[in-house]
Design a protein around this ligand. Structure first.
Ligand code: F6P
Ligand code: MN
Length: 345
C-alpha cells in the first residue's frame, strides 16, 4: 500500500473545519496545477520555443524573458479559479483584483531565478497567502505574520513543492507518471547549528562591517571565533538555496550593501522574503534582516526589497548579534562612497 498521500488528499482532510484553511488549500491546489504545466515547459527548455528575452522589463527593471511572462500568465490564470481577492506578482507594477469578495490575497514570484535557466540550474515559483483584510490592497502591507500559508515550487532534477501549511513544512515531489504531487518529506526541521554558509562573496567590498566580520570568522574556520571549519555554497537561485537549508541546514545571506540599488538588499519582501521566512520559521529555523525578524516587517511599496539572512537558528542569531555590535551599516565598506577616504567621510 502506498502510504504517501497525494497533495489533494493531504489538503482535503480537515478542510471543512476552517474556512480560511479550506480556501488556502484551494489556492495551493490551483497553483500546483499551473506548476505541473510550467515544469513541463521548463523541462523542454529551448524545445518549448519560449527561450530568449521578451524585450520588456519588470517593475524593478529586471529584463523579462518570455518564460517569465508565460509563468506569470499560468499562475494568474490558476489563481482566477481559486478564492483569491487580489494577486501581486513580481511581473506587474500593481496588485490585480480578481474576485473582490474572495477571502485571500496572494503575492507571487512566478519564476524566480529565471536568469539561471539557460545554465540548466534549478528555478522556482514562490508564493505567499494571506487572509484578505477589509481593504484588499492594504492586505499586502501587513507584516509577514499575517500569512496563513506559503510555499515554493522548485523546478530542478525533480519538481518539488515545499509547503508551509498548518504550522508545518512538508515537501511533495511531482510524480511525472501521474502529474500528481506526492508527499515525500513530512515536518522538515532545520538543524539549529550549521557549518555551511551561502553568500555572493563577489560583493564583499560593498558589505557592512557586520557581514564582513561574520563571513571572515567563518572563513577563519578552526582558528576563528566560531571554532570550526565552514563549507560554502552559492547557487544564485533562492528556492534551491532554501531547499538545501531545509534538507541539511546552513545559513544564507543576501545583505544590504553599498551599491546603488542594493541599500535595502536585493530580494523582495512580499513574494520572496516573507514566504521563505515563513517556511524557515515553521521548519524551526529563522529569518532576519540582520536588525529585525522578517515576518515582523511590512512593505511600504509592492516591490520593496529587504536584506535576508535565513537558515539555522543559531547562525541567524549570530549574524543578528554581529549587527548589534558592529558599527552602523556600510561605515566600514570598501566601496568608494563609504570607504574611509570616500566622499561621505
Ligand atoms: O531574485 C533573484 C535571485 O536570482 C535569487 O533567486 C537569488 O538568490 C539572487 O537573485 C542571486 O543574486 P546574485 O545574482 O547577486 O547572485
Ligand atoms: Mn525573484
Amino acid at each position: 500500500m502506498d502510504i504517501r498521500p497525494a497533495l489533494h488528499a493531504y489538503l482535503d482532510w480537515p478542510a471543512h473545519h476552517n474556512p480560511t484553511r479550506a480556501a488556502a488549500a484551494a489556492v495551493v491546489e490551483a497553483l500546483a496545477g499551473a506548476a505541473v504545466e510550467l515544469a513541463r515547459i521548463i523541462a523542454a527548455g529551448s524545445l518549448a520555443g519560449i527561450g530568449g528575452e521578451s524585450g520588456g522589463t519588470n517593475p524593478d527593471g529586471d529584463r523579462q524573458k518570455y518564460v517569465d511572462l508565460v509563468a506569470d500568465r499560468l499562475m494568474r490564470d490558476a489563481l482566477r479559479t481559486a478564492p483569491v481577492a487580489a494577486v501581486l506578482s513580481e511581473e506587474a507594477e500593481l496588485p490585480e483584483t480578481l474576485d473582490a469578495d474572495a477571502p485571500l490575497c496572494v503575492a507571487i514570484d512566478p519564476l524566480d531565478g529565471s536568469a539561471n535557466l539557460e545554465n540548466n540550474i534549478s528555478v522556482g515559483t514562490i508564493f505567499s497567502i494571506r487572509p484578505r483584510g477589509y481593504d484588499i490592497i492594504s492586505t499586502f502591507f501587513e507584516p509577514g505574520t499575517a500569512q496563513c500559508a506559503a510555499g515554493c515550487f522548485i523546478y530542478g532534477p525533480q519538481t518539488v513543492l515545499v509547503l508551509a501549511f498548518d504550522q508545518c513544512v512538508d515537501a511533495f515531489t511531482l510524480d511525472p507518471r501521474t502529474n500528481q504531487f506526492v508527499l515525500t518529506a513530512r515536518d522538515l526541521q532545520i538543524p539549529p547549528d550549521t557549518a555551511e554558509f551561502a553568500i555572493n562573496s563577489s560583493n564583499r567590498r560593498h558589505w557592512s562591517g557586520a557581514v564582513r566580520g561574520y563571513i571572515d570568522d567563518c572563513l577563519a574556520g578552526v582558528n576563528g571565533e566560531r571554532g570550526h571549519d565552514f563549507n560554502m555554497r552559492w547557487i544564485g537561485s533562492l528556492v534551491a538555496e532554501a531547499y538545501r537549508i531545509l534538507v541539511r541546514g546552513g545559513v544564507f545571506l543576501y545583505p544590504a550593501d553599498a551599491r546603488p540599488g542594493y541599500r535595502e538588499g536585493r530580494l523582495r519582501l512580499l513574494y520572496e522574503a516573507h514566504p521563505i521566512a515563513l517556511i524557515m520559521e515553521w521548519a524551526g529555523g529563522a529569518a532576519s534582516s540582520g536588525r529585525a525578524r522578517i515576518l515582523e516587517l511590512s512593505a511600504r511599496t509592492p516591490h520593496q526589497r529587504v536584506p535576508l539572512i535565513m537558515g539555522s537558528a543559531r547562525a541567524v542569531r549570530d549574524v543578528d548579534a554581529a549587527h548589534q555590535t558592529v558599527e552602523p551599516l556600510f561605515e566600514s565598506s570598501d566601496a568608494p562612497l563609504f570607504a574611509r577616504r570616500g566622499l561621505f567621510r
